[in-house]
Write a protein of this length. Structure first.
Length: 82
C-alpha cells in the first residue's frame, strides 16, 4: 500500500494561546502536532467542525441560523399578505 505524501501546515497564533494549549495537551499526553492531526481527522470523520460554534454573545451558530430563517419566512409571509 502506498504511503500518503506528508505535507506541512503552518499557522500563526498568539503566544499565550499556544502556551496554554501546549500545557493542557501535555497534561493529556498529547503534543500540539498530534492534537491538530486528531482535530483534522475528526473533521473528515464527522464531515463537520467537531465543536459547538458560538457567537461572541454565546449563541450557537445553528440557533442563529434558525432565527434568521424564521425572520426571513415571516418577512416573506408579510410581503405575500400585502
Amino acid at each position: 500500500m502506498a504511503k500518503n505524501k506528508q505535507t506541512t501546515l503552518q499557522i500563526r497564533i498568539d503566544e499565550q494561546t499556544k502556551d496554554q494549549a501546549k500545557q493542557i495537551l501535555g497534561e493529556l499526553g498529547l503534543d500540539m502536532s498530534s492534537a491538530i492531526k486528531l482535530f483534522l481527522k475528526n473533521i473528515i470523520i464527522t464531515e463537520s467542525v467537531p465543536l459547538e460554534l458560538r457567537s461572541e454573545k454565546g449563541m450557537l451558530a445553528e440557533r442563529k441560523c434558525e432565527l434568521l430563517r424564521d425572520v426571513a419566512l415571516e418577512s416573506a409571509k408579510a410581503r405575500q399578505t400585502k
